[in-house]
Design a protein. Structure first.
Lengths: 481, 93
């Protein structure tokens, strides 16, 4: 096939990817956008299959078959509450694909055919000119080294993120020295890249690079706690894109570069949105603990004698006379699988003429947009899902706010208590509403480890217990009233 | 070298385009955006097919190519399907 024609078709595929993401800017056009993007993928893959020749198709057919089955089963069976785990795995696979492409390209170019680990420790004679003329060879080798490094970090880091989200790994293990240990690993990885670039035949250096980068991904993500996972997932998403773009440089392939850089920026922007929503720098999320600053606040002092609790049917009486109710969901709603129950409560309220909206904090849940997907699954119309900046001015005119499974994102200390570790974090100002109902198992603190003065306010009622059960009881009481 | 500079230009312009596009995606669709971009990053399938090796390649290259094709296909198929599943939920009213 004519290489110009091939590149032209790659260009069309790239344009379709761009139109696909453009479609995602509105819920109405999003499905079509996704289809356009998939069409672009089909075009790019089809034209590539037509161009390769003298290929052992057994490996390709087997790979496509296995991948299609695994991908389809994952996509169709995953529960919406587990979407963060699925995205974490896909990030990892993306990184793994770039890693193995770079390795395949490396071994085939140096012309080595190692059949055992021992073979790889013996350098072969290879010159950077095998990778390109003059500086091009060096640049190609740098691209291979960086792809291997970022791909491997993404692969192992994503699997740790998956294990944490799936609660397979509850403890945090960091390297001794924390960030310094990670920095040393990072420098060691860069040194291995340099070794490969200077002596391309040094397969042991390549092997070391893979090992060090895998360890780096492991130790980067292991110390990070569950509530910071939205940032980690977004960042790994970005890495998988950057790795793909770098692989594009290795192969001189335009569509890989376009697609990879789109994914890379997408992940970076989401990372930044998450960090802003937590009022923390990326470095602080990755390497720091929550600042321990300020005097320690005694939970008993905040809560003593001031917390009032209520039964769901008492809340129902309050809801019945409300005109406007805002529901604020958090990860607790996902844990309790309460999204359908919440929607039924909203239906019951709307049937009585109550206006209902949902206030969504950007970091509610375990990944960007997690709450929105859960509520969409429960058939809540998307125009009822209101983002923080738009819902905040409305709380003063809201009769009842129902907080379900959210804590830190409603803590007024973030706004009022200068010197508090979370001071400055944007929150949902639910305390401005006339009444606040908090559905929660106990008064235990959220991820920030702080007591929440909201719970002790005069106009706050605590409903203790399982979120789903409490909401269902409210709905029942409301329907009987 | 000329080609490399062109690729670099493409890369930089795509980054800027990405910023412009992604900042317009509403927070409601951030989860489908992530799974959708996972699918797009499955474009490495193209790279995997090119790198999968020819008949004369050493076994190691074939095996690496097979792994790359498998992982990239999971991203493509899984990513687009799960994104479509989510977006269908947002579409209905």
């Amino acid at each position: 096939m004519n290489p110009n024609l091939i590149n032209f078709i790659y260009l069309i595929a790239g344009v379709l990817f761009i139109l696909g993401i453009k479609g995602l800017t509105k819920p109405k056009t999003a499905v079509r956008g996704n289809m356009l993007s998939a069409l672009g993928m089909l075009l790019a893959v089809a034209v590539t299959l037509l161009t390769i020749n003298d290929v052992d198709y057994r490996f390709i057919v087997a790979g496509v078959a296995v991948g299609s089955i695994v991908g389809a089963v994952m996509a169709l069976r995953i529960q919406m509450t587990s979407m963060p785990q699925m995205v974490a795995l896909l990030n990892g696979f993306g990184g793994g694909a770039s890693l193995t492409i770079a390795l395949a390209e490396y071994f085939s170019t140096i012309g080595a055919a190692p059949t055992s680990m021992a073979d790889m420790l013996v350098p072969v004679i290879a010159d950077s000119s095998a990778f390109g003329v003059g500086p091009e060879g060096t640049i190609a080798l740098i691209a291979i080294g960086l792809t291997v490094m970022i791909g491997a970090v993404t692969l192992s880091g994503s699997f740790v993120a998956f294990a944490k989200l799936q609660e397979l790994m509850k403890n945090s293990y960091g390297l001794p020295g924390g960030p310094i240990g990670n920095a040393l690993l990072f420098l060691a990885a860069l040194a291995s890249v340099a070794a490969v670039v200077m002596n391309p035949g040094n397969m042991a250096a390549m092997l070391a690079l893979v090992g060090i980068a895998l360890l780096l991904g492991l130790f980067l993500v292991m110390p990070i706690g569950g509530a910071d996972m939205p940032v980690v997932i977004a960042l790994l998403n970005s890495y998988s894109g950057i790795a793909a773009a770098l692989a594009g440089f290795i192969l001189g392939n335009t569509v890989l570069i376009i697609a990879g850089s789109l994914v890379g920026t997408s992940g970076l922007i989401l990372t930044q949105i998450m960090c802003v929503a937590m009022n923390r720098s990326l470095a602080n999320v990755l390497f720091g603990k929550m600042a321990a600053g300020g005097e320690t606040i005694d939970a008993d002092e905040v809560y003593a004698g001031k917390v009032k609790s209520a039964q769901p049917d008492e809340v129902a009486l309050m809801l019945e006379i409300a005109q406007r109710v805002v529901i604020v969901p958090g990860y607790g709603m996902a844990m309790a699988q309460a999204q359908h129950a919440v929607r039924e409560l909203a239906d019951a309220l709307e049937a009585k003429g109550v206006e209902v909206e949902y206030g969504i904090h950007p970091v509610a849940g375990r990944m960007p947009g997690h709450m929105n997907v859960l509520l969409a699954e429960a058939e809540v119309p998307y125009d009822k899902l209101v983002e923080m900046d738009r819902i905040n001015p409305t709380f003063e005119d809201t009769d009842v706010v129902i907080v379900i499974g959210a804590n830190d994102v409603t803590n007024p200390m973030a706004r009022d208590a200068e010197g508090s570790p979370i001071y400055g974090m944007p929150i949902l100002n639910v305390d401005k509403a006339r009444n606040v109902v908090v559905i929660k198992r106990s008064l235990s603190p959220g991820f920030a480890g702080l007591p929440n003065p909201l719970f002790a306010m005069d106009h706050t009622l605590m409903v203790y217990g399982d979120g789903k059960k409490a909401v269902i009881e409210m709905t029942t009481a409301l329907n009987q009233a | 070298m000329e080609i490399l500079i062109l690729l670099l230009a493409l890369f930089v312009l795509s980054l800027f385009l990405g910023v412009e596009l992604i900042t317009k995606v509403p927070p409601t669709l951030h989860t489908p955006l992530m799974s959708g971009t996972n699918a797009v990053s499955g474009i490495t399938l193209v790279g995997a097919l090119l790198a999968a090796g020819s008949n004369g390649s050493p076994m190691l290259v074939n095996v690496l190519g097979f792994i790359a094709v498998t992982l990239a296909t999971i991203n493509v198929v899984g990513g687009y399907l799960v994104t479509n599943r989510m977006l269908a939920m947002f579409k209905r009213k």
